[in-house]
Design a protein around this ligand. Structure first.
Ligand code: UD1
Ligand code: CA
Length: 473
């Protein structure tokens, strides 16, 4: 049975300190929005109901919530009246009794585990309110947790309202709380905006409940990084760094070698198999999946890409591509959407491939563009080949068979088909189909004008060299 009747996420603030045209909670770390991180942690708790308070950039935020957490109900806060005001709105038409969790949308490092511990603590003490707190090495900007002489939680004072001695306190309010619903509703009716920000503070509820003789408790978590809030871009970067370190640690524990976690950036959504080696300067983004024993990097970016076991990808950029087992890609390869490399394919330097399938063990080793093409197995595409897929208006298909040898510097003007086992001569501009087993050659025949340099470039080093050579004969 769920222990939580309701979870509320406060996300209506403008995020002024981000100086952004986007809502703060939509900014991302590790490939997921701040609010989606929070919802991910809450979703591990199985709350009966989930409400998100939205305000600033509400359409954008609601669209995003529909994608990442469709069962969340949104509550609209039209004017920013403070966290107490936002909570009051979220509590309209809810059950009268039960337990409610409140979080902010800007603390993405929070984990489901810590939330579960908070719930256990709350239930075991039977408190009316339990605040998640921590000792923050630099508490600047956070609400301070003020305890009485016996060490019990007395009140929370915002930085802007704190006196000098209160500011010395390192214990801060994480902005995560559990409340008995009925007590919270009653206390919120007594909150005023009588403070430096003229806002209804949710934090004032703590002193109100205590003055009424209700039990309020603090649960201090030792990992302060979990409750770090993001208010500006510097904090976005700090939290992104911590999240990345967590992801890299978990992967290393699961059998992935990461040579330099400091220069390796991996999204939470990536899946990486055992014995994969990740070299420095590598980013693995989105729904990328990497099979066992692959080697990725150095300096490689993979976005929504599938990589087969034992593939090797060096110094390359790949997006929405599928790379077969044992394939080799790079250095300096660009694989674009719709690329499918079969097993054992080799793609080399300065090659760009888009919307094309390359058959098993085929090679595109140097300086080529392949677009809208199907290439068979065991085929070699010579250096500097270009698939001319675009006539300036439309894109056309190219089909290349098995065991084909495309000569260097061939232009394959689509639509065109090169049959199985066919060759094209180097430097050809192929505009007609080449039947299986044929040599397609499309270039003018070479003629040499003998003695041209001696006649037309008299007195040059070339002429001199040619003469010397003549003399030696
Ligand atoms: C808040 C707490 C502070 C705590 C800190 C933890 C209060 C008064 N202060 O401060 O004690 O240490 O979080 O990170 O609660 N929001 C709304 N509507 C509003 C105002 C805010 O939905 O009218 C939302 C914001 O979008 C945000 C969250 O509530 O997600 C917290 O608001 P924010 O302005 O970031 O509060 P802090 O100053 O960080
Ligand atoms: Ca905040």
């Amino acid at each position: 049975m769920s222990q939580l009747d309701l979870a509320i996420v406060l996300a209506a603030g403008e995020g002024t300190r981000m100086k952004s045209s986007r809502a703060k909670v939509l900014h991302e770390i590790a490939g997921r929005s701040l609010i989606a991180h929070v919802l991910h942690a809450i979703n591990q708790l199985d709350a009966k109901e989930l409400r998100v308070v939205v305000g600033a950039a509400k359409e954008e935020v609601i669209d995003h919530l529909n994608q990442v957490s469709p069962k969340a109900k949104t509550v609209f806060q039209e004017v920013r009246g403070g966290t107490g005001h936002a909570t009051r709105l979220a509590l309209e038409a809810t059950a009268e009794n039960g337990t409610v969790l409140i979080c902010a949308g800007d603390t993405p490092l929070l984990t489901g585990n810590t939330l579960s511990e908070l719930i256990s603590k709350h239930n075991s003490t039977g408190a009316s309110a339990t605040v998640l707190t921590t000792q923050m090495p630099d508490p600047t900007g956070y609400g301070r947790v003020i305890r009485d002489n016996s060490g019990d939680l007395a009140e929370i004072v915002e930085e802007k309202d704190a006196n000098d001695s209160q500011k010395q306190t390192l214990e801060i309010n994480s902005g995560v709380y559990l409340f008995a619903l009925a007590d919270l509703k009653a206390a919120l009716n007594q909150v005023t905006g009588n403070n430096s920000q003229k806002e209804e503070y949710l934090t004032d509820v703590i002193a109100i409940l205590r003055n009424e003789g209700k039990k309020v408790a603090a649960f201090a978590t030792h990992d302060y990084t979990e409750v770090m809030g993001i208010n500006d871009r510097a904090q976005l970067s700090t939290c992104g760094f911590i999240m990345n370190a967590r992801i890299c640690d978990a992967l290393m524990q699961s059998g992935v070698t990461i040579i330099d976690p400091m220069s390796t950036w991996i999204d939470v959504t990536a899946e990486i198999g055992i014995d994969v080696v990740i070299e420095p300067g590598t980013a693995i983004k989105g729904a990328t999946r990497i099979g066992a024993s692959a080697v990725i990097g150095p300096r490689t970016t993979l976005i929504n890409t599938e990589v087969g076991a034992q593939a090797k990808i060096f110094e390359s950029h790949c997006e929405s591509a599928i790379i077969g087992a044992g394939a080799q890609v790079g250095p300096f390869t660009h694989l674009r959407a719709g690329t499918k490399l079969s097993d054992q394919v080799r793609v080399g330097s300065f090659v760009e491939i888009k919307n094309s399938t390359i058959g098993q063990s085929s090679k595109v080793p140097h300086l080529s563009y392949v677009g809208d093409a199907t290439v068979g197995a065991h085929t070699n595409i010579g250096a500097a080949t270009v698939v001319v897929n675009y006539d300036g208006v439309e894109k056309h298909q190219t089909v290349i068979g098995d065991h084909v040898r495309i000569g260097s510097d061939s232009m394959l003007v689509a639509p065109v088909t090169i049959g199985d086992g066919a060759y094209t001569a180097a430097g050809s501009v192929i505009t007609e189909d080449v039947p299986a087993g044929a040599l397609g050659i499309a270039r003018s025949k070479q003629s040499n004008i003998l003695g041209w340099v001696l006649k037309k470039r008299k007195g040059t080093k070339s002429a001199e060299a040619a003469t010397k050579r003549e003399g030696q004969k």
